[in-house]
Design a protein around this ligand. Sequence first.
Ligand SMILES: [Zn+2]
Length: 150
Amino acid sequence: MSKPFIAKVPYEASHPTGLAVYCSDGRFTNAVEELARHLGHERIDTLTIPGGPGLLNRWSADYLESDMITRAANFLIRGHHIQEVFLLAHAGCGYYQTRHGALGAEFVAEQQLKDLQAAAEELRKTHPGLTVHTYFVRPQGTKITFEPLS
Ligand SMILES: [Zn+2]
């Protein structure tokens, strides 16, 4: 039997109070955690799926996908007493390319912003008192920029 690996990061029994909903795309994972730390969240719950918060917009996403991620988000927000949610869409998202790519980059970016807005509205409506932040994430050279949306 091989030896177990023991992480240096300690286990903390309390749940984080922040939840980030974003794309599975691993090029952004560390940066999203860094943003969360910058905003005072040492640890976060995460809900990652290709397309991220775009799937929370039941008007544009596939019904079953949308239903699943909406239930998952509601479960985490209620069960883990989440107070702050970060919804992040990123430039060059493969999910959006596959789904809407034929309609051009401008259409895709617009759809991403619409989806972020719809997702934020839906969460705010379902969970009064919840703070929801939306960001468009853009790689620029070797930097990753988070543009907050109003
Ligand atoms: Zn993506």
